[in-house]
Structures are given as structure tokens and as C-alpha cells.
Design a protein around this ligand. Structure first.
Ligand code: NAG
Length: 249
């Protein structure tokens, strides 16, 4: 391949055009980081023809790598140009700069979830107990909700929903834990979210909440009242019927 043709190909990369029924040459730039401290940022540029990626620059590798014969040739060529230095610089100038802005502008808008822990099902003979941990009205969407029994992460018998969009920029998520209670154990729901500086631990209080106690009190009063009324009715009936017998005919 002569040099002018290769230069032409390099130029087409910068012109992103979509032709109907035609051909599409484009690249995708990505900045990846696992922490807001920006200690492990990676800059990736993947170059595609139609949907086929044929070369990639990875900042950890430091140069272009080709995926097909053509891609390998192109990678070799790009690696020989000053373009490579520009790509190496993009980790600082493009990725870290943008990520710093993203972290300060987007994350400062983080809203803490309201977390509720409640019993969905009480433990009884044939039934396991079930708890539900719900996180409401948080932003952004990324969240981690998991369970601990005596400080150890529970991985089985957990079902969780996806983060559900409330439609007003806030999200909610629900996680269920099915378990057989052991006496004296501590069950907690742990929530990790951008709005917290550390994981938040919510302990389950197995004593009945007020609303449950009220339900039981109302039920018990109803039962007592029912017994009194039936007893009164029975006595009244007995008195009446025995009274009838006593009346001389
Ligand atoms: C970039 O290269 C490093 C080192 O080979 C590798 O661990 C990493 O997964 C690569 N990243 C991507 C997105 O391919």
C-alpha cells in the first residue's frame, strides 16, 4: 500500500459520515476508571469499519493493535506517526480531564436513598421467613444492595429487582432475602451508593414494629369482645329457654 493511500485512510477516520446503504468508518473513544481517585484510568480508542472493529489503541498497552491483516498493517503505520504521541497524551488531556469534571459535576448531584427494611413473610413451620430491603429516591442509578448474616455476605436465596426509574430522575430498587432464622443472629441489609462515603449497614430488628403490635392488639380485643358477646348471648338464651319451661301452661 503506498503512503498517500494510507494517509487518505487516516483522514477518512476523522470524517464520520453515515451513508444510507453505504459504508461506515468510525471510532469510539472510551475512558474507564474503577474509582473517583482516577488511579487506574484507561483510554481506549476502537476503530471500526461498518460494525467490525479492526484496530484499537489501549493506553495501558501504549500503542495501536490490529485485529485483522488490514488492521495489523494500519496499527503498524499509525504507531510510526506523531499521531501515536497524541494518543498517548489523551489519557491525561482527554480522559482524566473529562472524568474529573464528571466526578465533580455529576456526583455532587448524588441523592441518598431512603432505605426501608421490613418482613414480607414471618417464619412458621413450613415457611421460611422473608425480608425486603428497599432503597427509594436515589440518584444516580448505580447502587449495590446486598445482605449480611453476622457480618458475612449472603449470596444464596436473594432476589432483587433492577433499578427502577421513577420517571423523575430518581430510582428505586428492592431486594428480598429468604431465610430460616437462627437465634441470636444479626441480619443486615447493606447499601453502597455514590452518595455515601462508606457502605451503610441497616440491621434487621426482629421485634415487631408498632404497626404489627397494633394489629395484634386490635385482633385480640376483637376476639375478647366476641367471646364476651357470645357468652352473654348464650346466657341470655339459656335464661329465656329455662324461663319458658318454668311458665305454667
Ligand atoms: C487494555 O490492556 C490491558 C493490558 O493488556 C488489559 O488488561 C485491558 O483489559 C485492556 N482494556 C481493554 C478495554 O481492552
Amino acid at each position: 500500500m503506498n503512503l498517500s493511500l494510507q494517509l487518505l485512510l487516516l483522514l477518512t477516520l476523522t470524517v464520520r459520515t453515515v451513508l444510507t446503504g453505504g459504508y461506515y468508518e468510525y471510532w469510539v473513544d472510551e475512558c474507564l476508571s474503577s474509582s473517583s481517585a482516577l488511579t487506574d484510568v484507561e483510554y481506549i480508542r476502537t476503530i471500526y469499519f461498518n460494525k467490525d472493529p479492526y484496530a484499537r489503541f489501549n493506553s495501558t498497552v501504549g500503542e495501536f493493535v490490529g485485529f485483522s491483516e488490514y488492521g495489523v498493517n494500519q496499527a503498524k503505520y499509525w504507531n510510526s506517526l506523531p499521531y501515536l504521541q497524541q494518543m498517548r497524551g489523551a489519557l491525561e488531556s482527554y480522559c482524566k480531564n473529562n472524568l474529573r469534571n464528571d466526578f465533580s459535576v455529576v456526583l455532587e448531584k448524588a441523592v441518598r436513598p431512603r432505605v426501608e427494611l421490613k418482613a414480607e413473610q414471618q417464619y412458621s413451620g413450613g415457611h421460611t421467613a422473608m425480608l425486603m430491603c428497599s432503597a427509594y429516591d436515589f440518584y444516580p442509578q448505580a447502587i449495590d444492595v446486598y445482605w449480611q448474616r453476622d457480618g458475612k455476605k449472603v449470596t444464596t436465596d436473594v432476589t432483587a429487582t433492577e433499578e427502577l426509574a421513577d420517571g423523575d430522575w430518581y430510582y428505586q430498587v428492592h431486594s428480598h432475602l429468604e431465610y430460616t432464622p437462627r437465634s441470636g443472629e444479626r441480619i443486615s441489609c447493606v447499601v453502597e451508593h455514590a452518595s455515601f462515603s462508606e457502605p451503610m449497614v441497616y440491621d434487621w430488628d426482629p421485634s415487631l414494629p408498632d404497626s404489627e403490635r397494633n394489629k395484634i392488639a386490635i385482633g385480640a380485643s376483637g376476639l375478647v369482645l366476641g367471646i364476651i358477646l357470645s357468652a352473654a348471648g348464650f346466657i341470655y338464651y339459656k335464661k329465656k329457654s329455662s324461663g319458658r319451661i318454668l311458665v305454667p301452661s
